[in-house]
Design a protein around this ligand. Structure first.
Ligand SMILES: [Zn+2]
Ligand SMILES: [Zn+2]
Length: 136
């Protein structure tokens, strides 16, 4: 048990660890991911499913169908998306990078479904930056 990465939901009821390194990390710009995560694009790290270990709050994890063969897993209290599973790729889990407490240490290497990306998705660096909110 390597505990390489700690992960949790926003309300803190659910904690899980990842005992390995991600196989790959990608930004997905598909319409489905954007809707399901309520975000401009979704960043996922693909881990071996056996490396995913729920340490707290397993009963609070709710799942929903995602397409024909996938399921999305999220916190039933705060709604934080946690990871996705797919019946046709049963040996992997796609962990939503935002759930990983030290996600900044993981570098995405590719963007997928760029044909449906938002027109400004690659322009983030050109936008005004505030250290906190717009008032701070
Ligand atoms: Zn939660
Ligand atoms: Zn997607």
């Amino acid at each position: 048990m390597a505990d390489n990465y700690q992960a949790s939901c926003a309300c803190g009821n659910i904690h899980f660890v990842l005992d390995g390194e991600p196989r790959v990390t990608i930004n997905c710009h598909c319409t489905n991911c954007r809707k399901m995560n309520g975000s401009a694009f979704s960043t996922y790290s693909v881990f071996n499913k056996e490396d995913l270990r729920i340490t707290e709050g397993a009963d609070d994890i709710q799942s929903a169908r995602m397409g024909e063969h996938g399921t999305k897993h999220f916190c039933r209290h705060c709604g934080t998306p946690l990871y996705g599973l797919h019946e046709r790729a049963a040996d992997i889990c796609m962990v939503v990078l935002g759930a990983i407490d030290t996600g900044g240490a993981i570098l995405p290497i590719a963007n997928t479904f760029c044909r449906s990306k938002l027109p400004w998705a690659f322009e983030l660096d050109k936008m005004i930056k505030h250290e906190l909110n717009m008032l701070g």
